[in-house]
Design a protein around this ligand. Sequence first.
Ligand code: G6P
Length: 614
Amino acid sequence: MCGIVGYVGERQARPIIIKGLHRLEYRGYDSAGVALVGKGGQIDLYKCKGKVDDLEHFLEGKDTTSTIGIGHTRWATHGEPNDANAHPHFSQSGRLALIHNGIIENFRVLKDALISHGFSFRSSTDSEVLVNLIEYIQDTNECTLEEAVRIALQQVVGAYAIAVIERGNARRIIAARQSSPMAIGIGEGEYFLSSDAASIIDYTQEFVYLNDGEVAVIEKGKPLQIKNLFGEASKVDIQKLEMSISQLEKGGYPHFMLKEIHEQPDTIVDCIRGRVNPETREIILSGVLDNKDKFLKAGRIIFVACGTSWHASLIGEHLIENLCRIPVEVEYASEFRYRNPIIRPDDVVIAVSQSGETADTLAAIEIAKRCGAFVYGICNVIGSSIARATDSGTYIHVGPEIGVASTKAFTGQVTVMAMLALVIGKLRGTIDMDYYHQVAGALLELPETIRKALESAPAVEKLASIFTYAHNFIYLGRGYNYPTALEGALKLKEISYIHAEGLPAAEMKHGPIALIDAEMPTVVIATLDHTYEKTVSNIEEIKARGGKIIAVISEGDTQLRKRADFCLEVPSTAECLMPIVSIIPLQLLAYYIATNKGRNVDQPRNLAKSVTVE
Ligand code: G6P
């Protein structure tokens, strides 16, 4: 959470920082700020409650001439979103300014100690404690800023990505990272800094990703220096990131979310490209094939994930148990990490994360590694912390996802899981090869199948206008589509703020059916699969109690056309790939209901896309 941008070079820093902050708003958007070293060497600091647009208005007419600066967009953890708690934070004397992403867990102890040394605080943040700690250490030890940062961070417990500038120094930024992402962009005689390399891709494609416990000295005209907290030099590993700027723009759509929903036929092409051979229908996932023995002897597979990635993992469970006959567990990373889980050396732990930065998922990976398990990653963001922390993995390659509600990442994750299950099933000899080739063929057709599913958009839009003012929704599904129901309900909650609950269809009669009346719409995924007839019975039970049914049905299903109150048709594909298709109208339904209600669908209240705090 929180987005960080920095610049030092020959250009004006402000426009670069503001543009970067706009791109990072998915990480948090309750306040924003920028600090620049001005012409006289003073630090000029501007910050306010609200979005980056509000900061831009606030900056209008101000003299911000400067070639060095740091900027921040915040997702509040300590202290409400207001001007005082917005970043950057000055140290007590005003000599230093700092931006921070993460949580300093021992900030109270540090704050009390600083108060006893005469410090006072303007904000309620943990971040202001850190900048004052750095100042205190620099003053008492009479050391450089870099040394003070290193000594201060040795005393800090928690997660951080920070950047600090100093009055009178218009050449240098000190940055550091522990469990929160930080990429340094290398330009010609200039450096960029960001929580997400994609946000500064306009200026450079060469990046150094800081590792945990590293401090960078970023100085104009000098080579980049990276050290650990004890001052020992680390290797500067420059990596290339290839991405087009158009991927970061709305491309004519009113919202990123709608663009990302409609991109799915193309993102699935990118996801399967080079992996499913169109001639032979053979699937190659090098991450699996390079580690054959791990998958051959796997006694169990454990998925760890959060949010939408957890829903995708539930589908992964079905796929792997069905096709590979390996027992699977799906864990919320946040529960797994604190539960003293039993992990055996022959377990394969699969960490699933769009951002690759989710703090709980990262922590779960560390536990799994400590216990000797092989850890496989399914990530979207190239070079992200989870991608780097795992032993091997597969990128979903769906391009930057900017809308806070995840859409194309979900379908990409399930697509990768299907390929994974097919490859492992073949390796272990648990899959019928005719079926393998049939599903591989369906994967190749998936982009076209999704394109057809998207044709339901006008019908979904019409339906959304009927249900915009409903207060609650139930989403039901079975088998592969039970997780789809959970995901459909999550989409609606996230962006429309309507309460929605996803359930296995048959569970209704064990309690939730008591909620049914004419005011409670039920969305049922009832496509033609091996539980279809059972789902139809569940629909009857709801109808008998006066409930309204919105059914997602297979093309040409005349039975449910007659029974359900409203139907949304989707094309058919292999049963195990069906969630990738049936989620499409549910993403659209959430989108249209939310826009009808005037919600900010790309930046829904209280949420952030990348959750780098526990
Ligand atoms: C946040 C996002 C969700 C996402 C979840 C897990 O809550 O708002 O959309 O599913 O984090 O994120 P990850 O990046 O690990 O998939």
